[in-house]
Design a protein around this ligand. Sequence first.
Ligand code: ATP
Ligand code: MG
Length: 472
Amino acid sequence: MTGLIKSLFSKKSKDKESKRNSTKALQADAPIILKRDAHNVSRKSISKNALKVLYRLNDAGYHAYLVGGGVRDILLGLQPKDFDVATDATPEEIYKLFRNCRLIGRRFRLAHILFGREVIEVATFRAGHETSVLPNKKGNKNDHARTSDHGMLVRDNVYGSMCDDAFRRDFTVNALYYTVKDFSVVDYTQGLRDLAERKLRLIGDPEARYTEDPVRILRAIRLSCKLNLDIESKTSAPIKSLAPLLEHVSPARLWDESNKMLLAGHAESTWNSLCEHQVAQFLFPQTISSLNNSNEPIIAQDFLSFITTALKNTDKRIANQQPVTPAFLFAVFLWLPQQQLAAKLKAKGIPPYEANQKAASKVMTIQCQSVGIPKRFSMIAKEIWALQHRLSNLRKKSVESLIANQRFRAAYDFLCLRAGNDESLSKLANWWTEYQEVDTQGKLKLLKEAQGNTPQKRTRKPRKKKAVKRAK
Ligand code: ATP
Ligand code: MG
């Protein structure tokens, strides 16, 4: 299909080249409309629930389009992750049409139409905040759109036309609209051509668009890796210098974005791209500082391959439809910082157990200032760390209780990852692998062998009680 789009655009591409870089020139253009037989978006590739939403809105007299990743991914021959709808109905009007509707969001007011586990996100056409067509009752546009001291858009509820809506989206390939009225694809921003050329291009002035919303930096990196698109040069140029703006984004939003980056099956390439664009330090500051520690280059190198292997494994698991948890990956990212801090505390005379606990809490607290890991995940990461120590205790009682621990599997996987090129850790990891595979007799044999190799626990003689002189 991309071939079809390509042939359509190759003729016109040269004369439009000069206009491409100017948003104003683009905005003045009428949209390109691909009729149903000129593209591969068909109702078969769209979820039934998304179609229901589109038809219901149309039947009630509103315009409604499938937009964003749904259209983009189908055009690329991929299976969309979710379906987003854009319409001229306001959130309140949408709410009246669907019993299963929830209105959400402050920054963007959106309607979620819930169909069991599937959520169809329906957004009212919006304008860039300078082009509001719907001022509030007092005629004050600022009530709908507001920016922070750093130029970030903190409220963006200015409704607009479909064309306005296209130009306020992030990338040209994300601003393609599909309608079930005549099954055409509508393109205001030359997204079809960029798709055919496999280019990810921000709409408008890249610096202004990143400043307005620095998360677009992460979206550029994530989408280019996920879709195998090149970030167009003007879109990639300001990334490095504007990445510090990510410090002003809420940790909760960065948590959501990090999850999308790490759990979409392209974690390794996304991590590499985050590092290349010098963005990673604003998400994982402690990890990057451990990796950049020039005093211990070998440790840093081992840590990098530890991270890379974990990301590779995650991508493989996702490809095989096995479950993954972000807790494991954060345990990986923060392992060396936690170990280094624990070592410092131990050097100050704090007992090992306490030092490890303190270091784990401190490292998590610092991490949560950039990417806000919810407690239920940070707890799991800390448990994985705490179990590493227990995994080296091969006494029967300890082994049996560890195997029954609900974090055993994650802790064991973590140990295997740590083993890397380390001979003694590999031996330990192999012992646990074998232990899980053999029958009861085999288990007893392994425990016995391990006992032989483990120094016996010192059993203290009970202290002699001092004879207590009876009070006369
Ligand atoms: P995917 O769902 O596959 O991760 P997507 O592009 O659909 O990718 P969503 O987060 O579902 O991502 O967003 C839907 C659409 O909303 C995008 O395609 C884009 O048009 C618009 N959008 C999302 N985030 C932004 C943003 N930060 N700035 C401007 N437009 C955005
Ligand atoms: Mg989407």
